[in-house]
Design a protein around this ligand. Structure first.
Ligand code: FES
Length: 177
């Protein structure tokens, strides 16, 4: 799990724990202050491995490095579930691919209606069109077309930037009055 994606992980860990599985959480954030749900995960996980980009807590680096080390030393890992930023989930899928470990990713494509009608959340998985809102959000990470997903996620970047600037300008004006 990475960043705010970690928020989804205690529920997933709890389910696996209840099913009697050995559960290892691998979580990462930019720094120690941004790391979420460590204690909650400790209640459901047999191990919690931690990384921070700046090294302020745990391993200095990325969750993918911890994951790769684990896969190299532990041949019993049967499934990996990744929730977090798209580049992180893509990197996780590439780490697990050569090991042949089943990998589930939770996609966060742009959504508008959320009921499968508008097509905004369209992704390609295994060559087939899927709608994240009704067919997902979990998909086989080894089959997701991440390049397309990343391109679609950035489609409105300039409008998003304009909107943030507009909002910040309004906040500044409001403060001045
Ligand atoms: S958000 Fe519209 S189809 Fe999924």
């Amino acid at each position: 799990g990475g960043g705010t994606g970690i928020a989804a992980m205690p529920h997933i860990a709890k389910g696996h724990h209840k099913a009697g599985n050995y559960v290892i959480a691998v979580i990462g954030a930019r720094n120690k202050d941004l790391l979420l749900f460590e204690n909650e995960l400790k209640s459901f996980c047999d191990e919690v491995l931690i990384s921070t980009d700046d090294g302020s807590y745990g391993h200095k680096g990325f969750v993918t490095e911890l994951l790769k080390e684990r896969l190299e030393s532990d041949k019993k890992v049967q499934e990996v579930v990744a929730v977090g930023p798209v580049p992180m989930m893509q990197a996780v899928a590439e780490v697990t691919r050569p090991f042949g470990v089943a990998t589930t990713v939770s996609l966060n494509s742009l959504m508008v209606d959320g009921i499968g009608m508008c097509g905004a959340c369209r992704v390609t998985v295994g060559g087939e069109t899927k709608f994240t809102c009704v067919d997902g959000p979990e998909f086989d990470g080894h089959k997701v077309d991440f390049a397309e997903l990343r391109q679609r996620l950035s489609a409105f970047r300039s409008q998003e930037k304009d909107s943030i600037e507009h909002h910040q300008h309004r906040c500044t004006c409001h403060d001045q009055h």
